[in-house]
Design a protein around this ligand. Structure first.
Ligand code: 1HN
Length: 365
């Protein structure tokens, strides 16, 4: 892209230069000024577009997958959500992956581990379980669970009648872009779970920290976050706080040892929009995948309106302006989301701004 600005590349074209570029290319080299303006954008230029995936449209196809392929043959039976310009990376937005995984009644899968980190948000069905590094977690609709990078994990559905559908979120496009992924099948194919279900919740899920416990791993020792505790926390905060103009009553699922994000590459939040609440527009670096946990409303992302209801999924690309509206005058709406903010923050790349009177400004970097 040519720009006639001093301080930017503004070299024109000529036969002599073309011939020079060709000789450079033969040596596996190139002239920076031919690409400088593209690789140094004035502000982020995401390839991802804002998208909404309607659960009512996807659900029949997710159910269909359970008749088309066995869980063991597929490894994981998942319908993934893909942004058109991110197909090569299997990303839903930016460097975040998401998909809808279905497990039939009585089904279970073998254990594996990978360098990429995963999280789950349960959408429907009773009986879901997952064993993460030997801790058997039993999760139901609205529950959030993590499978940090490097932990053995296997899942199943102990229900006799209902399929389980949960949303997976992974940092796999990021880890693959970094050429850092590894994968292993468990040598025994299955783990032996500990004696007590949800050990991590019983140990780390209260307001008290057990004496003498240390934790040095880079992710949360708490592996499952139940919906009831989450919703109670939001309601309690709403009693004493007006929340944020851009996010409503927003809370982060945290590592109880550090107060930081649940995993080093992904953070997760639940936010409550009170009846008829409309948030102010803002934007930030970092990508977000939303899942509507409760209620009806709409969001406007870079000028596109997405009408959503419970179980719908939508995404917000980096640096897109967005705002949310709860359309119900009597009921709250809750939005679960996960993001790559920990990556942005730890690399010093997180920038955020609210829409100002003059329509925004260039943030300081
Ligand atoms: C994975 O390991 C799971 O364990 C789900 O359930 C989805 C998508 C990409 C790569 C690994 C799982 C995945 C995945």
């Amino acid at each position: 892209m040519q720009e006639d600005v001093l301080g930017r590349s503004r070299v024109g074209g000529s036969d002599e230069l073309d011939e020079y570029y060709a000789r450079l290319a033969k040596l596996g080299a190139g002239a920076l000024w031919t690409v400088a303006n593209d690789i140094e954008p004035w502000y982020p230029q995401p390839r991802s577009i804002p998208m909404l995936w309607k659960y009512d449209e996807l659900r029949p196809l997710v159910l269909e997958s359970a008749n088309l392929v066995t869980a063991d043959d597929a490894g994981r039976r998942v319908v993934m959500l893909v942004n058109p310009e991110r197909e090569e990376l299997s990303a839903a937005v930016g460097l975040l992956y998401t998909g809808l995984q279905i497990m039939n009644p009585g089904e279970s899968m073998t254990a594996h581990r990978h360098a990429a980190s995963a999280l789950r948000f349960v959408i429907e069905g009773e009986g879901a379980w997952t064993i993460v590094d030997g801790d058997r977690l039993e999760v139901g609709p609205g529950d959030f669970a993590i499978t940090p990078g490097g932990t053995w994990h296997e899942h199943g559905n102990s229900s006799g009648s209902t399929p389980v559908i949960w949303q997976d979120g992974l940092d796999i496009p990021l880890v693959n872009m970094l050429d850092a992924n590894f994968y292993q099948v468990h040598p025994e194919l299955h783990q032996v779970p500990g004696r007590v279900v949800n050990t991590s919740l019983l140990t780390h899920g209260s307001i008290l920290k057990p004496d003498g416990r240390t934790w040095s791993k880079p992710y949360s020792p708490l592996l499952a976050y139940p919906w009831e505790m989450t919703y109670e926390a939001l309601n309690n905060l709403a009693k004493v706080s007006d929340g944020s103009p851009t996010d409503g009553i927003a809370m982060e699922y945290v590592n109880p040892h550090t107060g930081g994000s649940v995993m080093p590459t992904m953070g997760a939040r639940m936010q409550m929009l009170r009846p008829s609440e409309a948030t102010k527009a803002h934007r930030h670096t970092g990508s977000v995948v939303y899942q509507v946990a409760k209620g009806v409303g709409h969001s406007i992302v870079n000028g596109r309106r997405f009408d959503w209801k419970k179980n719908d999924i939508f995404c917000v690309p980096s640096w897109a302006w967005y705002e949310h509206v709860n359309e119900d005058p009597a009921e709250d709406a809750c939005l679960f989301s996960f993001n790559d903010f920990p990556v942005m923050r730890n690399l010093g790349l997180f920038v955020e701004e609210a829409l100002s009177e003059n329509g925004g400004h260039q943030p300081e970097i």
